[in-house]
Design a protein around this ligand. Structure first.
Ligand code: ADE
Length: 475
């Protein structure tokens, strides 16, 4: 995905452009990460006087926007493509962070802003895919609602926020509200900053913040708190077999996974998790029966699945999925950071994309493999490179579902500890965020297994399989 395109069909294009231009979103447009195309519906009316509205059949107060100009404006933007099209209306589905994450995966979105008493139903039926409300109140038009949605969606697109990772890190994604924050001075109007924040003890600070978040969420948003507790309970259950389940535990703990299915038998658990943000399912089943049940529930927009039983792999390969590889899961459970011997390691920027693509996509996966994933990871601030006297010689990163991977060092530079340093560097970045580093080593890759062992990773007993959805037109 190169650039996410937002098209806004409106009677007030300048309101959208002026509203968003001075903000972070405006800067993202300048950087070329997103584009904003505000289309004046009035430009498409066939009426000589520029009229776009008329009286409703059957009578009633106010005027209605007519179908023709709306439809022609839509066609001018979408052509014959089927583009996800959002109609802003108080009758729509209430907008949430999960919906923002879902929309953020689209390459193109159309927002249709109504005015007056609404829009002729026939054109809505023809073009709209999603009706969305931003709250239980009535605005004079859809523009402010579209701007709210664009802001919430765009900030989840890698590269929009200055610090690549800030959107991936914050706590709302965790089903918890943000903890209270304080800045200088230490005492303001006689009120002191809480002592623990001045202590310099990072683990104590993290524990205090978590407790504050929990208390706030329980008091202010019991609905969110109930979901948080459900996830914590599942994490505790899965921790009985940490090596086999760390991917699920981390996805839940980082607030990425939704629980789509859970069944228990004695100490065992069958689980289907879905990370809507990247379209990845994680599954573990008890038997064929629970496996089939979960396979029936796979979301239509899932792209990949990670499974930890051979019979699940077989069920999915019978259902539009193909195996992309067999892996062993490895995890690093210590809290201490690892020594990084090679000093020339830094976070990569988009200027480094051709190098990573050359080795990760062209040489690794075959010529012509889409570099979009690597670009997205670089924009997310999740790729790191190793250099020798300024020349790049390798890289490693964090995948979108949260595992450590993409480790590569060019052949002539191997055997000097650069791969170990790169991996240690990424481990340290993950530890800083309070994550448990884990990854997937391809079955039979003895060199990689040795490296993981040397760094202090543990290996799961079971094999894992990554499966990809086969798109209908490539079967
Ligand atoms: N248009 C008018 N009111 C609205 C609301 N609450 N949400 C979305 N679009 C709207």
């Amino acid at each position: 995905m190169d650039m996410t395109k937002f098209h806004i069909l409106t009677l007030f294009p300048e309101m959208i452009l002026q509203g968003l231009a001075p903000s972070v979103i405006g800067r993202a447009v300048e950087k070329g990460v997103i584009s904003l195309n505000a289309v004046d519906i009035r430009d498409y009316t066939l009426d000589r006087h520029g009229k776009v509205d008329d009286y409703p059949y059957g009578g009633g107060a106010g005027m209605l926007m007519q179908a023709q100009p709306v439809y022609d404006a839509y066609r001018a933007v979408a052509g014959d493509r089927r583009v996800r099209t959002i109609y802003l209306t108080p009758q729509g589905r209430p907008f949430t962070q999960d919906m923002a994450a879902d929309f953020a995966r689209e390459e193109e979105l159309v927002f249709l802003c109504g005015h007056y008493e609404g829009i002729d139903e026939r054109v809505l039926e023809r073009v709209v895919t999603d009706q969305v409300s931003i709250g239980d109140y009535v605005l004079t038009g859809g523009e402010l609602a579209a701007m709210v949605m664009i802001d919430a969606i765009a900030r989840l697109i890698p590269g929009v926020l200055g610090n690549g990772e800030s959107a991936e890190e914050e706590s709302f994604h965790n089903n918890l509200l943000e903890y209270p924050q304080y800045s200088r001075p230490e005492i303001w109007q006689g009120v002191r900053v809480p002592e623990v924040l001045l202590s310099g003890n990072h683990s104590k600070i993290a524990a205090w913040r978590l407790e504050q978040s929990r208390q706030r969420t329980a008091a202010r948003r019991p609905d969110l708190y109930a979901r948080y507790e459900e996830k914590q309970r599942l994490i505790r259950r899965l921790s009985g077999e940490k090596r086999n389940h760390i991917h699920m535990m981390e996805s839940l703990a980082r607030g990425r996974a939704e629980i789509l299915y859970e069944a228990r038998r004695e100490r065992e658990t069958a689980v289907l998790l879905y990370d809507r943000g990247c379209g990845i399912c994680m599954m573990t089943a008890l038997d064929g029966e629970t496996g089939e049940k979960m396979a029936d529930m796979l979301p239509a927009d899932a792209r990949m699945a990670l499974v930890s039983e051979a019979f699940l792999r077989d069920i999915l390969t019978g259902r539009q999925y193909r195996v992309s590889g067999e892996f062993r899961q490895v995890l690093y459970t210590r809290r201490e950071t690892l020594p990084v011997k090679h000093k020339e390691i830094r976070q990569l920027s988009e200027d480094d994309l051709p190098y990573v693509c050359k080795w990760y996509c062209d040489e690794g996966r075959g010529p012509g493999v889409d570099c979009g994933y690597v670009r997205e990871r670089i924009r997310a601030g999740a790729m790191y490179g190793a250099f020798l006297e300024g020349r790049q010689v390798g890289f490693a990163g964090i995948h979108d579902e949260g595992s450590l991977g993409m480790l590569y060092v060019e052949e002539p530079f191997r055997g000097r500890g650069i791969a170990a340093s790169l991996e240690a560097y990424v481990v340290n970045r993950m530890l800083e965020r309070g994550w448990v580093p884990y990854g997937h080593v391809e079955a039979g890759n003895a060199a990689s297994e040795r490296l993981q062992e040397k760094l202090g990773f543990y290996k799961a007993e079971k094999s894992f399989w990554w499966l990809e959805k086969v798109l209908a037109n490539t079967i």
